[in-house]
Structures are given as structure tokens and as C-alpha cells.
Design a protein around this ligand. Structure first.
Ligand code: MF3
Ligand code: CO
Ligand code: CO
Length: 274
């Protein structure tokens, strides 16, 4: 199966989906404070999607082969949770770090998938550095995207930056093609060698969403069938954007008023989301 090339109509639909996905993260930001539960954050995001945006949360009842239906609207992954944390009674406290991963489906059927890290009160030095390095990893990967580049170029820069910092790259989960389908080809690995893997072509859309552990890369699956934690209980961080391959480079589709700016070392492109 080949990687789909999106039509101009698809690309327009994905720009809208990306913006709406990012706007859910903008909306929830002021609520991510000590004392709030992950379940309350989920409820607020869900309500905003359905009642304000007219979108639908893609995770709710999502059930890939071998998984039970995901029971909530967003993923909330706290501290040593790598990804797919299920919102619930957990109360966020000073010093916690949480990833909130939002995927909306628009009325036209397009998916907008993105995630950000949030500090609860004052983070530890380690949590701050891990979160910053992971953000740089995502952006280094994004900066490699252009026609003629290979998926391995993206994985390589991410792995190199994470490991140079003394951290490790989670292998079991990766970025993915996306459109009217939530997860499609290609798999975007966050490790690899330059010049390997599929060649990028204009019109491809995929996510880059590195999961970086402060300790070892191994994972542990929780009995709920979804939650993934670090085996060694070390902290884990993740950021996610949805990227379009343009004729000259890339366009970040998950862009909103509140999108954090790229790291200073990223050259400003003429192709930013409208
Ligand atoms: N949003 C996640 C991703 O980046 C997928 C979450 S699937 C869920 O691919 F069911 F756990 F929500
Ligand atoms: Co994704
Ligand atoms: Co996501």
C-alpha cells in the first residue's frame, strides 16, 4: 500500500482540522492547574469540541485490533505515562507534567491530531529539560520535511538529539499518516538512519510525535489495555504536530493562536499554515 497524496480539497480540509485540533489545546490550557482532575480536563475538551466547534473526538470508542474501545475524548499522560493515558479521577498536583493529546474529526471527516506538554505549577529541572529536549526533537524532525527527503532523516535527527541529551526514544509507537483515516501509512519512526525509508512527496500528510524517556526506552502496558508507562518509572515527554509536505518544504497544519513558537534554531519558512 502506497502513501496517499492528498488532493487540494483534502489539504484544505486538513488545514481546518489541524487548526481546530490546536484550538482545543489552546482552550484547555488555562484549566491545566494543580487540583484539577484529568477527567475534568477530558470533559471540558469534549464539551468544547462538540458544543463550540462542531467536531467529534476521534479517540472516543476508537478500537484498533487487539484494543478495547478507548473510553474518553482525549489522552492525558502524566509523569511516567508515555502515551494513551485514560482521563479519570487523577488529581494533578504541583510538579506533575502532563501531555494532552487531542484528535478532532471535522464535519467533513478530516482528523486534526496534536499534543502538547503542560507543567502543573513548578516543574523539576529534569522535567523542564526533558520537555524542552523533546520539543526540540519534534522540531528537528519537522525541519527535515521536504520533497526528496526520506522518513529516516526525520527519525535520525530525533534519535540523535534525544540520545545526545542522555535520553531514550520509545520504539513501540510512532507518527503516522492521517487524513480521513486516523492512522494510515506511513509509520513515522522517531529513530533511524538518514536516506532510509520512504521518500517524501508533496501532498503527503503525517504526524511527528516523539516520545522521549528520561531513563530507559522500555515500556510497560497497563491492564486497562491502553495506558503505556516507562518500565523503569522514569519521566516521559511527548509533543505532536501534523505536517504537510509542500513543494518547497513543510507546512505545520496544527497551528492556532496559542501554538508555542518553534525553537530559535528553526529557520522561519515561507510555508506556514494560513
Ligand atoms: N492521538 C494519538 C496519536 O497521536 C492516538 C490516540 S488513540 C486513543 O496517534 F485511542 F488512545 F486515543
Ligand atoms: Co498521532
Ligand atoms: Co495524537
Amino acid at each position: 500500500m502506497a502513501i496517499s497524496i492528498k488532493t487540494p480539497e483534502d489539504i484544505e480540509g486538513m488545514r481546518i482540522a489541524g487548526r481546530l485540533g490546536a484550538e482545543v489545546l489552546d482552550y484547555i490550557t488555562p484549566f491545566v492547574k494543580p487540583g484539577v482532575t484529568t477527567g475534568e480536563l477530558d470533559r471540558l475538551c469534549h464539551e468544547y469540541m462538540v458544543n463550540v466547534q462542531g467536531t467529534v473526538p476521534a479517540p472516543l470508542n476508537y478500537a484498533p485490533p487487539g484494543y478495547p474501545p478507548f473510553p474518553k475524548a482525549v489522552c492525558t499522560s502524566v509523569n511516567d505515562v508515555i502515551c494513551h493515558g485514560i482521563p479519570g479521577d487523577k488529581v494533578l498536583k504541583n510538579g506533575d507534567v502532563v501531555n494532552i493529546d487531542v484528535t478532532v474529526i471535522t464535519k467533513d471527516g478530516y482528523h486534526g491530531d496534536n499534543s502538547r506538554m503542560f507543567f502543573i505549577g513548578e516543574p523539576s529541572k529534569l522535567a523542564r529539560r526533558l520537555t524542552e529536549i523533546t520539543y526540540e526533537c519534534m522540531w528537528l524532525g519537522i525541519s527535515k520535511v521536504k520533497p526528496g527527503a526520506h522518513l529516516g532523516d526525520i527519525g535520525h535527527v530525533i534519535q540523535q538529539h534525544a540520545e545526545n541529551a542522555g535520553y531514550s526514544v520509545v520504539r513501540e509507537f510512532c507518527g503516522h499518516g492521517i487524513g480521513k483515516v486516523f492512522h494510515e501509512e506511513p509509520q513515522v519512526l522517531h529513530y533511524g538512519r538518514p536516506g532510509t525509508g520512504e521518500e517524501l512527496k508533496p501532498g503527503m500528510i503525517f504526524t511527528i510525535e516523539p516520545m522521549i524517556n528520561a531513563g530507559r526506552r522500555e515500556i510497560r502496558e497497563m491492564p486497562d489495555g491502553w495506558t503505556i508507562k516507562t518500565k523503569d518509572r522514569s519521566l516521559s515527554a511527548q509533543w505532536e504536530h501534523m505536517i504537510l509536505v509542500t513543494e518547497t518544504g513543510y507546512e505545520v497544519l496544527t497551528t492556532s493562536a496559542g501554538t508555542p513558537p518553534p525553537p530559535a534554531f528553526i529557520q522561519k519558512k515561507d510555508t506556514v499554515a494560513a
